[in-house]
Design a protein around this ligand. Structure first.
Ligand code: MN3
Length: 202
């Protein structure tokens, strides 16, 4: 059975500077993301037939995962999927405002882009402890801003992730220390709208 692999970053470690430092990217990808991949592999080895599924499929069907590994799959599978999505949610020449259908949908749901951004940042700021803040499409095709604890991914609840930002201290502490609000604000300078529009249209 083929084990899960750590995907390469789609850009260089320095390429999100000055908004996200090279040091953060090196630790976040090479240590934290890698640990989730290693731990997921060690977990699935107890039920190796599950290697036939990709990590997203494991999370979508969390109810079908054997009880003895369910919480380890939820945590480490979440860590694998969330970080893979997160790297592609950012781009070296990112930032600015959305265009096209995603921009229309944001306007429709939140009034305008700045109001949306403020709501997203506030949701991230008020989230207690580790977790993620998300823009998702729900099963009524509406946009929602939510946060999840730990490494939980909304696909386990039937929601499609469009945007996500990492609220774990490992995502910002080396550079921003306790200034989480500054991190959340700076992060919009690297958002990859092209990728998010693809997710929205899919
Ligand atoms: Mn992280």
């Amino acid at each position: 059975m083929e084990k899960y692999k750590l995907p390469n970053l789609p850009y260089g470690y320095k390429d999100l500077e000055p908004h996200i430092s090279e040091e953060i990217m090196r630790f976040h990808h090479d240590k934290h993301h890698a640990a989730y991949v290693n731990n997921l592999n060690a977990t699935i080895e107890k039920h190796p037939e599950l290697f036939e599924k990709n990590p997203e499929e494991l999370l979508i069907n969390l109810d079908e995962i054997p009880e003895d590994i369910k919480s380890a799959v939820r945590n480490n599978g979440g860590g694998v999927v969330n970080h893979s999505l997160f790297w592609r949610t950012m781009a070296p020449n990112g930032g600015g405002e959305p265009r096209g259908k995603i921009a229309e949908a944001i306007r429709k749901q939140f009034g305008n882009f700045n109001q949306f951004k403020e709501k997203f940042n506030n949701k991230g700021l008020e989230h207690f402890g580790s977790g993620w803040v998300w823009l998702v499409k729900n099963n009524k095709n509406e946009l929602e801003i939510i946060s999840t604890p730990n490494q939980d991914n909304p696909i386990s609840k039937g929601k499609k992730p469009l945007i996500l930002n990492d609220l774990w201290e490992h995502a910002y502490y080396l550079q921003y220390k306790n200034r989480k609000a500054d991190y959340l604000e700076a992060w919009w300078n690297v958002i990859n709208w092209e990728e998010i529009e693809k997710r929205f249209n899919n």
